[in-house]
Design a protein around this ligand. Structure first.
Ligand SMILES: NC(=O)c1ccc[n+]([C@@H]2O[C@H](COP(=O)([O-])OP(=O)(O)OC[C@H]3O[C@@H](n4cnc5c(N)ncnc54)[C@H](OP(=O)(O)O)[C@@H]3O)[C@@H](O)[C@H]2O)c1
Length: 101
């Protein structure tokens, strides 16, 4: 069971955010396709392509109601931007690891 089909993502009302959540699904799919394409390239196979969710973060987008600070939300992004050479590619992550979107 994934977060969205289980109804736990987006506060349990992903069905009310059709455009937003669909754009995120498209982004996850692009992540997989770019990762596979880059992995096949002699010139670009060293570049890792991943996506991340910061969690519900206090930014302009959430009207600063998010329960996580920007520093907490940025943690997974910094981790992915500084992966070692043998780090993952083509995944979707939060602070706890792979997200079953
Ligand atoms: N906050 C959350 O709880 C949360 C949770 C999950 C995922 N996310 C994702 O994290 C990402 C960043 O969200 P955020 O919470 O940091 O939002 P934010 O504070 O509202 O920041 C959005 C950023 O996007 C820029 N932007 C908006 N429209 C743009 C456009 N047409 N062209 C170029 N830049 C544009 C804004 O630039 P200006 O400042 O110049 O307008 C701003 O820097 C989003 O993709 C969001 O879906 C956020």
């Amino acid at each position: 069971m994934s977060l969205t089909s289980a109804g736990t993502d987006f506060g349990g009302d992903a069905d009310l955010r059709m455009a937003y959540s669909s754009s995120k699904a498209a982004l996850n799919m692009l992540t997989v396709h770019y990762a596979k394409a880059f992995a096949k390239s002699d010139a670009y196979s060293h570049i890792k392509i991943n996506s991340a969710t910061p969690g519900y973060t206090a930014t302009d987008m959430t009207g600063h109601r998010g329960t996580r600070t920007v520093a907490e939300g940025a943690r997974v992004i910094v981790a992915l931007a500084t992966l070692p050479d043998d780090g993952p590619t083509g995944g979707f992550f939060n602070d706890d690891g792979t997200v079953p979107w």
